[in-house]
Design a protein around this ligand. Structure first.
Ligand code: LLP
Length: 421
């Protein structure tokens, strides 16, 4: 069951609501429309997959940091994965149990580490200097920190280079040839650090679970080595990274169950607690960016559909050449010609596209056009470029009603930054 469905007469629905009708009741600007029940279903899929294992689902807040969504995920039992002090503060604000949170990152700063130490979150050690900073933070906070070693396993995730993180020349994690140095350093700092586990994160948009399996095999071998040296470590954190069906071709992609099943025996054989860090696979498919067509034009050999949304609201196509499925929210007239269009925004640069070479019935001005799978890394990466202010967010609740979960930013918000200067 998926939240966005096309009816036989050609209208797009979200959990019983015609998207076109929603467009009538909200502000006339691009907006994000989520399905709250779909978020629940996605979490349930992970929970069911994890049955029989001791585990933490650490939702990667960077994917989407809407407070209402965070609160919902927390109520469903998720922990959180953080990459900045502000994400940690927001997680606390949303009521996440800090002892079910993991602080990740290759450039964590002391101030943020002190907060993490005080709150008792798991901290991943990423480098020599990071270890020094975590030790310093533990001293300042007067707390011993539960740490995991972020190991860079050198496994190729077969994804866009910008979202690959676990290959040997990446800026993240520590390489195995340095493992002993880190184990010695942790031993030398047993006042400040308690080593509780090992972590890896391979990358994002991964569509083959064998890749996770290969990494997990390497990781449990590291864990064996670490245990031999007298460390009682209980946690294997395999990161996030499961991809989703952006192409809507009906191809079957690995599910959370496929992912967990591929590592289950390894985890059980070593009596480990499993931490996973999904972002995209929990939230991406729960949302569309809803736009309005401003007009249609042709230049040279190209046809363009110009919409009010842009790379400011949704940058993934521009930044990674990412494909996100695009469709109109209502049926077009029978005589509308089907053509190949680039779907572009009004922002003043040619990187501003939401989709290239898309077959669409020629839309009329004002028609609704959605960009699918916009729940992850879309609003959280939105900017105010060209003073296109960040869009409002709505969700459809369990009872089918639509509510606002974040107001759109306004021009007045922008002016407010300068008040009193
Ligand atoms: N854990 C760590 C350490 C990570 O770096 C990430 C994502 C995750 C978990 C969550 O990964 P996910 O399950 O969402 O794939 N902006 C890019 C994606 C960047 C991912 C960064 N790290 C995009 O829009 O595709």
């Amino acid at each position: 069951q998926h939240c966005f469905t096309k009816s036989e007469d050609g209208y797009l629905y979200c959990e019983g609501n015609k998207v076109q009708d929603v467009m009538e009741i909200v502000e006339k600007r691009p907006f994000y429309l989520y399905s709250k029940p779909q978020i629940t279903r996605n979490v349930e899929a992970y929970k069911e997959a994890l049955e029989g294992l001791n585990s933490i689902i650490g939702y990667a807040i960077k994917a989407n940091n809407n407070l209402k969504i965070l609160e919902h995920l927390r109520k469903l039992g998720c922990g959180a994965v953080l990459v900045s002090g502000n994400e940690l503060k927001l997680a606390l604000h949303a009521g996440f149990d800090p002892t079910r949170c993991v602080f990740n990152g290759n450039g964590k700063i002391l101030e943020d580490l002190v907060l993490a130490a005080k709150e008792g979150v798991f901290v991943n050690i990423d480098s020599e200097f990071d270890l020094e900073n975590i030790v310093a933070a533990a001293r300042i906070a007067g707390k011993k920190v539960n740490v995991l070693l972020r190991i860079n396993p050198d496994v190729d995730p077969q994804v866009h280079p910008y979202v690959a993180t676990g290959n040997k020349n990446s800026k993240f994690g520590i390489r195995n040839e340095k493992l002993q140095w880190f184990l010695d350093a942790v031993k030398a700092h047993r006042q400040e650090l308690k080593l509780v586990g090992a972590h890896c994160h391979l990358g994002s948009t991964i569509t083959k679970v064998d890749i996770f399996r290969d990494a997990a095999v390497l990781m449990v071998n590291y864990i064996d080595e670490i245990r031999v040296q007298g460390f009682e470590i209980d946690y294997l954190n395999i990161g996030g990274g499961l991809g989703i069906d952006y192409y809507h071709t009906g191809a079957v992609l690995p599910s959370p169950r496929d992912l967990i099943d591929t590592v289950r025996e390894l985890v059980l054989s070593r009596n480990l607690n499993l931490i996973i860090e999904p972002g995209r696979s929990l939230i991406a498919n729960t949302c569309c960016l809803v736009n309005r067509v401003t007009g249609v034009k042709t230049n040279g050999t190209k046809n363009f559909v110009v919409i009010d949304g842009s790379m400011a609201e949704l940058i993934r196509p521009s930044l990674y050449g990412a494909y996100q499925h695009i469709e109109l929210v209502s049926p077009s007239s029978p005589d509308a010609e089907i053509s190949t269009f680039d779907v572009v925004g009004p922002v003043c640069e040619s990187a501003d596209f939401l989709g290239k070479d898309r077959e669409l019935p020629t839309p009329t001005s004002g028609a609704g056009l959605v960009v699918h799978d916009a729940g992850a890394y879309c609003m959280s990466m939105a900017s105010t470029y060209n003073l296109k202010m960040r869009p409002p967010e709505y969700w459809v609740e369990e009872d089918g009603s639509v509510s606002k979960i974040r107001p759109g930013e306004t021009f007045e918000d922008h002016l407010r930054f300068f008040e009193g200067l």
